[in-house]
Design a protein around this ligand. Structure first.
Ligand code: NAD
Length: 260
């Protein structure tokens, strides 16, 4: 029987990353989860993956704000499973402000986590993937990797940057059985988004339905949130043989947002 593959998913203690980790595990891969929460906080999700899918799941709280954090995460993966076959760069943060008031430290933090961390993790795994002639790097970018919105200078710059990094690494790896793609979600239904709705409704004096339709989904033509499961399904497909010619792409999963 073929050795199970290993997938590292950054920022997989919650939201999209957790959904992608569960998707990879459901397809038979061992998974390395990551986030800034403690092991105790993530234990329930980690052990549930092992029970549900009969694979191994380990958790690393490596902080990806630094190159050392990225190397620590990759060492944890290699110590536990020997190699990294699939890397999903997902960890990300957001901050919203007009540029003239945008705090310098927020710019640095967003560029470090949403862009530079993916360079350091990819750099750490690329030689091994090329030598084994198989690998998948999937960057969770955003619709904001393709179009802009005001007040999100750092986020939009980082997400456009990751699309450029994706294309460059795809070209470098193309003859070695390694594909590199970006997934560009629109608004995704995560606990993070769900929690904002009652608060926004109160502060704007509108209903929760109006917040969903007129505030959050104003740019999303389907007027529906993308689901974590839809993103996980696409990430799993990108790891299949059927996707081996898909590389260097930025795939929108955004209910039509970037068709505007
Ligand atoms: P989330 O807040 O639910 O999860 C973020 C994850 O990143 C958590 O696991 C957290 O622990 C981890 N993280 C934060 N700081 C870290 C650090 N310094 N080092 C390591 N891990 C760290 O977010 P989400 O909504 O699931 O978003 C995940 C990714 O998807 C992000 O890159 C985000 O930009 C992108 N995205 C989200 C949406 C959306 O609507 N939710 C839309 C488009 C793109």
């Amino acid at each position: 029987m073929e050795k199970p593959k290993t997938a590292v998913i950054t920022g997989s203690s919650s939201g999209i990353g957790l959904g992608v980790a569960r998707g990879m595990a459901a397809s038979g891969m061992n998974v390395v989860m990551n986030g800034i929460e403690t092991s105790g906080d993530v234990e329930e999700s980690r052990s549930r993956i092992e029970q549900d899918f009969k694979v191994k799941a380990v958790y690393s709280s490596a902080n990806l704000m630094t190159p050392e954090g990225a190397l620590e995460l990759m060492s944890t993966a290699e110590d536990n499973f020997g190699s990294v076959d699939v890397l999903v760069n997902n960890a990300g943060i957001q901050f919203v402000s007009p540029v003239e008031e945008f705090p310098d430290e927020k710019w640095q933090a967003i560029i470090s986590l949403n862009l530079s961390a993916s360079f350091f993790t990819s750099k750490a795994v690329m030689a091994g993937m090329k030598s084994r002639k198989w690998g998948r790097i999937i960057n969770i970018a955003s619709a904001h990797g393709l179009v802009a919105s005001p007040y999100k200078s750092a986020y939009v710059a980082a997400k456009h940057g990751i699309v450029g990094l994706t294309k460059t690494l795809a070209l470098e790896a193309a003859e070695h059985g390694v594909t590199v793609n970006a997934i560009c979600p629109g608004y995704v239904w995560t606990p993070l988004v769900e929690k904002q709705i009652p608060e926004t409704a109160r502060s704007r004096g509108i209903t929760e339905e109006e917040v969903r339709r007129d505030v959050l989904l104003a740019a999303q033509p389907t007027k529906n949130f993308v689901t974590v499961d839809e993103l996980a399904d696409l990430a799993v497909f990108l790891c299949s043989d059927g996707a081996k010619s898909i590389t260097g792409t930025a795939l929108p999963v955004d209910g039509g947002w970037v068709a505007h």
